[in-house]
Each structure stands twice: as structure tokens, then as C-alpha cells.
Design a protein around this ligand. Sequence first.
Ligand code: MG
Length: 202
Amino acid sequence: MSAVPTVKAVLLDLGNVLVFHDNALLFARLAARAGLEPREAARRLTGAGWTAANRGLLDAEGIRQDVCGALGVDLPMEEFAPLWSSHFTVHDAVLPRVEGLIGRVKLVLVSNTNALHVAYLKPLLPLLQRFDARVMSCEVGHVKPEPAIYRLALEKAGCAPEEAAFFDDLPEFVDAARALGLRGHVFTDAPTFDSQLKSLGL
Ligand SMILES: [Mg+2]
């Protein structure tokens, strides 16, 4: 018998795992609307406001004001909200693989995200409602790579760290999970995800 514990939970990142997010495209579109160079828009947007939004310190209107303020434009919400979420594409290839895990392990989403992106993505990904839990940074007040968000996800999964496999496209977040004893895997693409699941006995 193997000494390696059985995997009882799979913890999954959202961005660049279940949905692709093309941030360069987002910055280019916002820049065009604000009459700025994309690089300048990116510079203005990747600061404190982004983190505040991920921590849930900004609601939808707060995000609109913060982003518009940084870009020097004032877009009404009905224009801003769809523009702010215009860079997502569902990762269709991975969804059946994730669906195949339902009922076999606890499935928990662990995402650094903001109120507007959550509102946009929930209807786009009905599969999320079949997860056992969804730990959204903006709803829990903690962001990856802080230990608190991983601990919360483990609590939702009801298992020990070594019984949980964590997948994220960002190695920094995988390293943080491993430091807490989770079985961390860098997510790259659907076929690799298959192999990783197989190696975990799933
Ligand atoms: Mg990601």
C-alpha cells in the first residue's frame, strides 16, 4: 500500500484554468476608450486599486470609479461593466474534465477576482454552481498567495492539506499551496491536467 494519502479534494483556480483572461486585450480596449496607449493603461491599472478590488474593498461601483479615475474617463456602468469583462473566453476543453470530478472528490474554486468579474462569470460558467464551494477573494477578503485563503478552501473541502490537490496557472500560488502542505500543480492545458489528475489517482 502507498503511504501517499488519497486525494479527497481538488482546489481549482479560475482565471487561465476555467476561463482565459486576455489582460493585454482588456488594457488595449480600455486604453482605446480612454485615448491612452495600452501600456500606459496597464501601468495605471495594475496598482493598488486592482488589489483592493480583489480583496473586496471595492464593489461594482467602486471598481468603476477607481478604474475610470485611473484612466481619466467617466464611463457609465452599462458601458463599463461589459468592457471590464470583455477579455474572458471559456476554456471549453477543460470543462468536461472538471465535470468528471464531481461526486468523486470535493471541488472548490479558489480565485483572486473582483465583484464585477464574479457577476459576469457566474452565468457564463453554470458548472461553478456544482462545485462544493467557491472561494472568491473579493467575497472572503483574502487573496492568493496568503495562507488564509488556502486554509479557508481546505475548511470548505473538509480535508487535510495533504488530501487536497491545488491547481493554478501561476507558479507563485502553487508554491504557496505547497508550503502549506497541499499537493500543488501548475495548470498549463487540458491534456496536461488529465495527466496530472491520473498521477493523483483521479
Ligand atoms: Mg489563474
